[in-house]
Design a protein around this ligand. Sequence first.
Ligand SMILES: [Fe+2]
Length: 262
Amino acid sequence: MTTDDLQSLKTWFQNYVHSFSLPVQEDQRNIAIKRDHTLQVCLNAVRIAEDLGLDQQEIRVAETIALFHDVGRFLQYQQYKTFDDSISVNHAVLGAKLLLENNVLRDLPKHDQDIIVRSVNLHNVFSLPERLDEQSLLFARLIRDADKLDILRVVIEYFEQDQESRAEAVALGLPDLPGYSQTVLACVVRGELARKEALMTRNDFKLLQLAWLYDINFTCSLGMIEERGYIQKLARLLPQNEEIAGAVRIVRAYISGRLNNR
Ligand SMILES: [Fe+2]
């Protein structure tokens, strides 16, 4: 695919998002948060692709995947007013379907189209399927890192903001209670991913973000997380006690370990 191809896909995306202008301010905010998220994921994806030494053509494919990874979010929000897939629709599958049905990628080589649709489809699965060809695996891993990196930013900014300016759909409707679930904390401590279904409170949602760090594929992505201070920022937003501090130390040690081994 060429730079012109990428440029016209960016224009398509802009126009598409623009068609979701909703009259209510809260809805506007939720749409805007996904538009801005997409643009940041594009930047992350390009940076990771460059760090991995991909060529210009592959970098463009990575950026296109980032551009479309959450394209299903807009219809999801318009129809269900939520970003919670479990009570609405799988936004990744919806996005991939939308790309195919509207033939958005028609000008790209068939091979690139396949990789893009597959990566969009898989960007939110709990774990990637075992049998994936090498290229699909690379791009799926890349978008998952680029996406998680920016979700961290979105979640941190959400909790740092005062209540009136928040895009409420970010917190998936979870109650703002002082506590957290031992199940989710245990995942962080054991070095395991937490499942969204286990979330009971907003603090669990913050812990889930920490547990997601165990699923970061590339060391350069972990380097970006360190560089941006996401872990300290997240830790500051959690209840301040020894139990949480211990879990944060475990995550930090895991990341340092991987960064030192590069
Ligand atoms: Fe997504």
